[in-house]
Structure formats: C-alpha cells, structure tokens
Write a new protein. Sequence first.
Length: 372
Amino acid sequence: MDDWNYCVFTLPKVSRTFALNISVLKGDLHKSILVAYLFCRTIDTVEDASKLKVSHKTKLLLNFASILKNTKNRSSALSQWTKHASIVDGSPTDIDLLKNIQRVFNIFDSLQEVHQQQIISSVCTMAQGMAYFQKKIGLEKISLLENAEELEEYCYFVAGAVGEMLCGFFINEISGLSTQSKKIMRENAVSFGLGLQITNISKDIVVDRGRGWSYVPRTYIEANGLTPDEFHSGKSSENDLKVLNCLLNKTVGHLNDALDFILAIPRSYARIRLFCIWPLWMAMETVAKLHNNHDLLKSNANVKIPRRTVKRILRQTPFIYWSNKLLHRSFSNILKTEDFGSFDHFSIGQLKKRLNGLSLDNIPSKTQTYEF
C-alpha cells in the first residue's frame, strides 16, 4: 500500500464522521484537508492519552509542531518523535497512525505551498494550545475549566483554529468570491469550530466524568446550585441537566454562526457546501437529542445519533444545498432555537484579544532530540 492509500484507508478508522464529509471533496482540497485531519488526529491522540504524564504530553505536542514547522533534518527528528510516542496510549487505530506518521508527512510534502502553510499554522497553534491547557488543568484532581471565556479559549485551540484553516482553504479555492462573503466566512469560521467542539463536550459529559476530565466551566456548575464534586459525582440529575442546558444554549449560538458561514459559500460550490453542511446537521441532531434528556446523565454510554439519521442527512441535503431558504428551513426544523435560552453573540475580536494575553510555550526553532 502506498502512502496516499494508507492515508485514505486510515481516515475512516480514526473518524467515521469526518471521513464522510472529507470524501465529498476532490482534488488538491481533498488531499490537503485529509492530511490536515490526520495531523490533528495525531496530536489529539497525544492530548487524550490517559496514562501519559503532562510533561511528556507537552514535549510530544511541541516537538511535533517543531517537526512540522522546520524541514531541516525532519526525517531523523520524526523517527525520534515516533520512538518517544510509543508510550502514548489510545485505540489501536490511533496508535497505528502515530507509528506511521512519516507516511502522512510524505503526502504533506507534495501539497501546494499555500496549503502547507495553512496546515502548519493551524496545527502548530493547536499543539501550543493543547500544551498550555494540559499544564493548566492537569494540576487538579478533576480537570476543570473556569468559565465560559476559558471554554472558548480551549475550544479555539482544538477546533476554532481548524475552522480558520478551512476558511483559508475555501477562500483560496473559490474564484470570484465577494468581499462581503469573505468577511462573513472569516467572522464565523472560528465560531463554526467552537459549535462542533462544544457539541462533542456536551455529549461526552458522563464519559469524561468517568475519566476524571471535564470541560464544563466551573461557573456553569456553581450557577446551578452544585459544587464541582457534586456535579462530577452525579448527585443531582436535575441540576446536572441544567448545567448541560447552559452548554447547549452556548452551542446553539455557535451553530447559528456556522449556518451563516455556509450560506456565504457560493451555491455553485456544491462539494464545499456539503462538506460543511454534513457535520453541522449532525451536530444539530445531537444537540436536539441532548436537550432536556434526563436519560443522558444516567448512562455511561456514548451519545450518538442513529445511523438512520446520518443516512437521512446524507440523502436529503444534496437536494437542498443550493437553496439558502431550504437550508434555513431544514435548520429550523431540526434545531428549534426557541426551545433554548438566549445566547450571547460571539465576538471573535474579544476572543483573539484574550488569546493574545496567554503565555503559550514557544515551538522549538529547530527540531530537538530529547529524553523522557
């Protein structure tokens, strides 16, 4: 199996959802986004490793970014990185990707220069942010974010930066895109990523709780009459549900921004529209399933929308992608926003200002050999 076929073969093993929407793309855009996703998945695996020390995670994250950013001696540095990454725990498919990351880099080297630079910027930002939050929340018995602002900051690093990267890809790909459409896309790209990420956080509350992790802000918990310990022990499902609804209210605001992002894409670019529509529609179905769902907080099972729902989305959206009116109608039928509380308008400017004030570890200026 050659390197490209390895990447194509591996994608659905590490993410069935993103394998669906990435498959709708063609040509250079398809290749670049697939490679970018595999890089993101690689550092996700490092971040999610439950048995790995924070100091080891931080080194692996920042040195991966350094290898991506610096081409000199990359092959030998990557070989060393792969050796050190052998201590990472995770699913067999994720670990296989780490072992074979050189093959992904081989395809990366064949991409357009402009796509390479966008991937480097996004993945390096993600690695720095993950390292920052690993050190920040890894000191507590139960990892906890402080407030809604910190939730946005974390989600920017793990998803919002990817939204920016995809926006850059699309603007580069779409010829004759109006200034107004570019503005709308750039204003909402980060929010799109945040919406998808907070949806994942919402559906994984109980699973994360079992691992001693939580991305639910402390202020959401305490505002609903619970201490963090009470929330994580599941003392009151009624109050837990109120906490969940706080998350969902925030998510709905971001998902509305995601729709604005999609509607700014010219309808003639069907594949790009569908690439964005499918994860958004799946997120909306997930939020609708979670809303006021008492059973969610009583089960350790992963919350997933049924396969028939996924098939319906894939079957129906190719018939409505071209119409902004029909997309609005479908959006409203799935996600009845009047059922949720009011949500604040997201400000990308305010988020960026806060991010500029964070003390992130610098990416090494040259690849390094290090010992644990």
